[in-house]
Design a protein around this ligand. Structure first.
Ligand code: X8Z
Ligand code: ZN
Length: 595
C-alpha cells in the first residue's frame, strides 16, 4: 500500500514566498506559512476521516469498515507525515522566537502526529486496521439474555427495575459477554497503541494521552489519587448507607463490599435509583425521545448560545433502535465535530428516562463547545477543549444544572407544587452522578489502563487486576469469581474506542462543581444546592468566555482567571457538606468501609 505524501513542493513554494517578503522575524513567518498549510490539510482530512468513522459507528457493515480503514490511513498520511513532524520539531526548537498561539499549534501538530506517525507506516496501518476491527466488534455485538437478543438499553432497564436477585445476576452476566469477544483485539491494540506513541518519543500510549494536559502519567495518577483521598470520607459514608439500604431492599445480610449486580449500573459507576423521593424515572413516562433532546437544546439557547445548526437535526442519529433491528450502531453516546466547522452531529440511543435526559444535556455540551470555538481566531488545530476534561465538564455542568428542582419544575418534569425533600435530592445527586463515579473513574478505570499501557500488565492478569481495583477503590465485588476467560474491562466502550482517557471524566466531575459553585455564588447569588441557570444570559456569557477560547490558552491559567482557583475538590466537598452530616447520623453505629 502506498500513502499520499504531504505536498512538499507546496511547502517549499510557500517558504520561498515568505522569505521573499524579507520578514522581521523569519522564524515566525516560516511557522505562519507552515501552519496555514498544516491547518488546511488537517481540517480537510479530519472531515474525510470523521465522515467515514461516523458511517461505520452508526451502521456497521463490511463496506463502512473498509471505508473507515482507508480514511483512517489517509488522515494519518497527512497528520503523521514525516515532513510535517520534522518541520514542527524544527520550529519548536526555536520556540522563544514564536508567539504562544504558534507554539500551541505546533505542539498540537506533534500530538496529532503521534497517533499515526508515518515514520513507521507498517505500524500505523496495523493500528488503523485493528482499531477498525475492534470498533466493528464493539458496535455490532448482540447481547443475549436467556438465549434471546437484548439491547443495551434493555439491559439497563432491567437493572433499573428488577428486584429479583437471580434475574439481576443473569442480566449483569449477560452484559459481560462482549468482553470475551473484545479481548483478543484489545491485546493487539495495547501493543500497537504503545508502539505508535513510542515512535515519537512518548513512553507509552497513556503518556501520550496525558500529554494533552501537559502532564506526565505519574502526575495524572497522583492527581486522581488526591481527588479520591479528599472525597474518601464522603464516599465511605455513602457506601455504608448504600449497602445497608440495598441489603434491606433485597432481604440479604449486610455485605462488606457491595455485589455488583445489586447496583443499577453495569459497572457500578453511578448508583442511580436508590432514593425513591428523588427518583424521576416515572416523570419521563409518556415523553418522547425528541422532547428530551429539544429540552436539552433549550437549556443552551436560553443562556444565549447560538442554536445548533439545522444539519445537527437532520444528520444526527439520536434515537434507540428497536431490538432485532438489522442495523447495528454504537450503544453509547457521543458528539462529533465532523468538519471542525458547523457540521456537528450526535450519536445517541435516547429513550425517555432520567439517564438519557442527563446524557442529552451532556452531549449537547460538546456540541455547544464546538460551536463556541469555531471562529476565525481559533485555528482548526486548536478547536479542542482547554483540556479534554473541560470538554467533558461543560455537559456535566449543564447536566447538574438540569437536575436541580427549580429547573425541573420550569420544564414540567416536576409539578409546580412539588415539595422536594432536599436531602433526598442531594443524596440522589451524590450517588447517581458524582461521588461513586470518582472512585470508578479515578480509581478503577485510570489505574487499570495505567497498569495495562504504562505498566505492561500481562493479558493473563487483566481480569484479576480489574476486580482488584473494583474491590479496592469502589468497594464492590462481582457476584461470582471472574476468571481470565472474561475481560470485564472491555465491556466498557471507552476501553476500546477512547483509551487512556477516562480520568478526564473525573476531572470533569471535579470541575463541574467548581464552575457551578462560581455561577451560583458569584453570578446568580443563589445556593449551589438549589439554583436555576435556565435563561440566564449572564451565565451563558461567562461560560462562553471559557468555551470560545478552545485550546488557545493554558487550562490552568484559564481556570484560575475565571474562578480564582486551581483545580480542586473544594467546591464538590462543600456542595455535599449538608449530606455528609446527615449520612454520619444515619450510619451511627454501623461499620464504615470494607476493610
Ligand atoms: O461517555 C460518556 C458520555 C460521552 S462523552 C456519555 N460519559 C461517561 C460514561 O458514560 O461512562 C459521561 C460521563 C461518564
Ligand atoms: Zn462527553
Amino acid at each position: 500500500m502506498r500513502y499520499p505524501r504531504l505536498p512538499i513542493t507546496a511547502l517549499a513554494f510557500l517558504a520561498v514566498a515568505a522569505a521573499a517578503a524579507a520578514p522581521a522575524n523569519p522564524v515566525q513567518d516560516r511557522a505562519d506559512v507552515f501552519l496555514k498549510l498544516a491547518n488546511a490539510g488537517y481540517q480537510a482530512l479530519y472531515r474525510v476521516n470523521s465522515e467515514a468513522q461516523w458511517a461505520a459507528d452508526t451502521d456497521v457493515t463490511a463496506e463502512h469498515d473498509a471505508a473507515a480503514a482507508v480514511a483512517g490511513k489517509a488522515y494519518a498520511a497527512f497528520a503523521g507525515n514525516p515532513a510535517l513532524i520534522s518541520e514542527a520539531k524544527d520550529l519548536l526548537a526555536q520556540k522563544e522566537r514564536l508567539n504562544d498561539l504558534t507554539v500551541r499549534q505546533l505542539r498540537q501538530v506533534l500530538l496529532n502526529a503521534a497517533e499515526g506517525p508515518m515514520t513507521n507506516p507498517t505500524l500505523v496501518e496495523a493500528r488503523v486496521d485493528a482499531e477498525t476491527r475492534q470498533a466493528s466488534i464493539l458496535n455490532s455485538f448482540v447481547f443475549k439474555l436467556h438465549g434471546k437478543p437484548v439491547t443495551a438499553n434493555q439491559i439497563d432497564d432491567a437493572l433499573t427495575s428488577s428486584t429479583d436477585l437471580a434475574e439481576r445476576q443473569a442480566v449483569w452476566e449477560a452484559s459481560k459477554e462482549s468482553g470475551k469477544a473484545l479481548k483478543p483485539g484489545l491485546i493487539k491494540l495495547r501493543d500497537l497503541r504503545n508502539g505508535v506513541a513510542q515512535e515519537l518519543g512518548h513512553k507509552d500510549y497513556f503518556a501520550l494521552q496525558v500529554a494533552a494536559y501537559g502532564m506526565t502519567t505519574q502526575e495524572m495518577v497522583a492527581m486522581q489519587e488526591d481527588f479520591m483521598r479528599e472525597l474518601r470520607p464522603l464516599y465511605l459514608q455513602l457506601h455504608t448507607w448504600a449497602k445497608y439500604e440495598l441489603a434491606r431492599k433485597y432481604h440479604q445480610p449486610v455485605p462488606n463490599r457491595i455485589p455488583a449486580h445489586w447496583l443499577n449500573n453495569r459497572w457500578s459507576q453511578l448508583w442511580t435509583g436508590m432514593v425513591p423521593a428523588a427518583n424521576l424515572d416515572d416523570r419521563f413516562t409518556g415523553r418522547s425521545p425528541e422532547w428530551i433532546v429539544r429540552t436539552a437544546e433549550r437549556f443552551y439557547t436560553g443562556m444565549g448560545f447560538e442554536p445548533l445548526p439545522p444539519s445537527f437535526w437532520t444528520k444526527s442519529d439520536l434515537y434507540a433502535l428497536p431490538a432485532g433491528d438489522p442495523r447495528h450502531k454504537n450503544t453509547h453516546a457521543s458528539c462529533w465535530h465532523i468538519d471542525l466547522d458547523r457540521d456537528i452531529r450526535s450519536l445517541q440511543n435516547i429513550e425517555p428516562n432520567e439517564d438519557w435526559f442527563h446524557t442529552a444535556h451532556h452531549e449537547l455540551g460538546h456540541g455547544h463547545y464546538f460551536m463556541s470555538y469555531t471562529r476565525p481566531e481559533v485555528p482548526p488545530l486548536l478547536r479542542i477543549g482547554a483540556n479534554p476534561g473541560f470538554h467533558e465538564g461543560i455537559g456535566e455542568l449543564i447536566s447538574l444544572a438540569s437536575s436541580q428542582v427549580p429547573y425541573l419544575k420550569s420544564v414540567g418534569v416536576l409539578p409546580a407544587d412539588f415539595k422536594a425533600d432536599t436531602t433526598a435530592f442531594l443524596l440522589n445527586d451524590a450517588l447517581g452522578s458524582s461521588v461513586p463515579f470518582i472512585f470508578w473513574a479515578s480509581g478503577t478505570m485510570t489505574h487499570w489502563e495505567a497498569d495495562v499501557y504504562a505498566g505492561g500488565l500481562p493479558a493473563d492478569q487483566w481480569n484479576a487486576r480489574w476486580w482488584k481495583h473494583v474491590r479496592d477503590w469502589q468497594g464492590v465485588e462481582p457476584p461470582t469469581e471472574r476468571g481470565e476467560e472474561w475481560c470485564d474491562a472491555a465491556t466498557k466502550t471507552h476501553i476500546n474506542d477512547n483509551p487512556c482517557y477516562y480520568y478526564s471524566y473525573a476531572v470533569a466531575t471535579v470541575l463541574k462543581f467548581q464552575l457551578h459553585d462560581y455561577i451560583a455564588r458569584h453570578i446568580l447569588h443563589q445556593s449551589p444546592q438549589s439554583c436555576n441557570y435556565a435563561d440566564s444570559r449572564e451565565v451563558g456569557d461567562w461560560l462562553r468566555s471559557i468555551l470560545d477560547k478552545g485550546g488557545t490558552q493554558d487550562w490552568r491559567t484559564l481556570l484560575k482567571e475565571k474562578t480564582g482557583e486551581d483545580l480542586s475538590t473544594r467546591a464538590m466537598v462543600e456542595y455535599f457538606r449538608p449530606l455528609s452530616l446527615w449520612l454520619e447520623e444515619q450510619n451511627r453505629g454501623r461499620k464504615i468501609g470494607w476493610d
